[in-house]
Design a protein around this ligand. Structure first.
Ligand code: PLP
Length: 350
């Protein structure tokens, strides 16, 4: 309980974070969990471990949170924009492949709003070219690609426990690795280049630090929140999923509204429910007038000055970006709410 944690006087990274990491490991099916203070930190560590630095490139998408691309710039690298699939809003092996150069170190993919990306073909491509894959699973805690939870396999898988994610620690995240070497390096990278787990009986500050790291660890206050939340993960996911599936059914064949292509063999976490509409801004205004908060979750990143003049011609990204709109889908949305949202959406979009 939080009062126990506060009364213990130990608020730094300790037993609560360890226990939360063990729960994540059990739930996802991967013991190599590095708890951190945000998904942005997880992504930054992942890019660093993948070899991203000055004069390197990462193939990425502009249709994501800046948290996916800003770490590449912070490390001195450059995102190279791949186009997306019109029906999923995600990059594919086909759009990535022509962009691979000798400078490429990694491929960034987003499991958009908790819809698993087509990982098999992307990993096959990465393997053929000696590249690492960084998976942004900020919206995909609990999602499954076929039978595997996102994070069970995959080079670097980054989760967010920020305030409005499926489970939250206020701010927080986790990096899941696929091998012991990356895991050990990631553990150091999250705390000044030092392995906190190795401190028992040692003065680690007097030992050598061979590579720099971040002050990016999770603390026990966040760990306590995480432990309390993860107990309810099945219930939370079930509610998001049920709402998402209901939208899938009720919005099918709606004039003016295109739903996204979803693989029926996957489990989607429906962090938001994205549709494509021709008159997006008018639909947004109609929903707002009815008291319904909707948005384009992420503003495309490639127009920001910080990414320089590296814009490319991305016809599908342009198309998707002009139409995408996300409506509420979380556990707090009841069936009556959904019916009202659908009603306003249908009238505004036709
Ligand atoms: C797709 C995506 N990736 C990464 C992040 C960053 O997460 P955090 O706030 O935990 O750093 C977010 C934040 O909302 C996000 O939506």
């Amino acid at each position: 309980m939080m009062s126990d944690t506060l009364a213990s006087g130990f608020l730094a990274e300790g037993a609560k974070v360890k226990a939360f990491a063990a729960e994540i490991a059990r739930f996802i099916g991967n013991p190599l969990v590095v708890p951190v203070n945000s998904c942005t930190t997880a992504l930054t560590i992942a890019f660093k471990l993948a070899g991203v630095g000055p004069d390197t490139e990462v193939i990425s998408t502009p249709l994501t949170c800046v948290a996916g691309n800003e770490p590449i710039r912070m490390l001195g690298g450059r995102p190279v924009w791949a186009d997306v699939d019109r029906f999923t809003g995600m990059v594919t092996a086909e759009t990535i492949e022509p962009l691979i150069t000798s400078k490429t170190r990694a491929i960034y993919i987003l499991h958009k709003e908790g819809a698993p990306a087509e990982v098999e073909s992307i990993y096959a491509l990465a393997k053929a070219h000696g590249l690492r894959v960084v998976e942004d699973a900020a919206h995909a805690f609990g999602a499954k690609r076929r039978d595997d939870r996102i994070g069970a396999i995959g080079d670097f898988v980054c989760f967010s426990f920020q305030a409005i994610k499926h489970i939250t620690t206020g701010d927080g995240g986790a990096l899941l690795c696929s091998n012991e070497e990356d895991y050990q390096r990631a553990k150091k990278a999250k705390w000044f280049g030092i392995d906190r787990d190795a401190r028992e009986g040692r003065d680690v500050w007097r030992e050598d630090i061979t590579d720099w790291g971040f002050k990016g660890n999770m603390n026990d206050v966040a760990g306590t929140l995480g432990l309390a939340q993860i107990k309810h993960i099945d219930w939370i996911l079930e509610r998001f999923h049920r709402n998402g599936r209901r939208y899938d059914t009720l919005l099918q064949d709606t004039p003016g509204v295109q739903t996204l292509r979803r693989d029926p063999l996957d489990y989607q976490t429906y962090w938001g429910y994205t549709v494509l509409v021709e008159n997006r801004d008018a639909v947004l205004a109609a929903l707002a007038a009815a008291g319904i908060t909707s948005s384009q979750i992420h503003v495309r990143n490639d127009h920001y000055t910080m990414f320089g003049a590296d814009r490319r011609n991305l016809p599908n990204t342009d198309w998707f970006d002009a139409r995408e709109l996300s409506i509420p889908c979380g556990w707090w949305v009841g069936q009556d709410d959904q019916d009202r949202i659908i009603d306003v959406l249908k009238k505004a979009a036709r």
